[in-house]
Design a protein around this ligand. Sequence first.
Ligand code: PMP
Length: 249
Amino acid sequence: DHTRRLFDAASKVNIDIPYSIEDLNQIQKDTLKQNKLEEAYIRPIVFFGSEELGLRASDLSVNVAVACWEWPSYMDPEKKKNGISIVTSPYKQYENPLYSNNKIVGTYVNSIMALHDALARGSDEALLMDIKGNISEGSGENLFIVKNGDIFTPTTENCLNGITRQSIIKIASDLNLKVKELNLQYEDLLNADEAFFTGTAVEVTPISKVDDRVIGSGKIGSTTQKLQSIFEDIVSAKNNQYKDWLYQI
Ligand code: PMP
């Protein structure tokens, strides 16, 4: 799914990747193996060569690099158990018909600005709103809330349709929990019983505070805990139900 997403994003900006999806999957497996990593983050990246500079540059080579490294926890492990604090960002997640819902490096300047602003204000993550003032997402995460046992998450009109987001929607539905995609307001987050972020790096991370206001009990909620634990079991090959999500190396 991640590799397919990379190919989709490249085609959105007219980059023709000189490998097949299968080749690039194999290259990622080989990179992990050759670096003797048992648990790691993999970051394939596609970029133009610098044969010519300038906006009119054409016929540039297309290069692919695969980096992988040990990344035990994107967030402080203690906070992953108990909850992170987030702040509303002054940076907005604007819809751009060309880039929206694609992982394209240039658009990440906005996410980096938002995250650095949040960190400078003593928080753990940023909460980005969309152009209409609805909740969009974190700088590198999708957001979910839980209210009276039901789960809500913003539509993908103005946020990335994260692969972890899709996985959590599937797991929650399989648990017969109600999941609804809709426009979420800031007040919905403030009044939620639980809130959490999802992402390949953060997996499922509870949010305990937004702009210094406590969400729910201020601790990880039972629904978040259940989804976090099932997701952790799935990605560490301890859950058979979703084993087709894994890629054998
Ligand atoms: N939103 C943004 C802006 C992201 O960068 C990410 C991280 N890829 C996500 C959401 C979560 O997506 P995924 O679950 O596919 O990692």
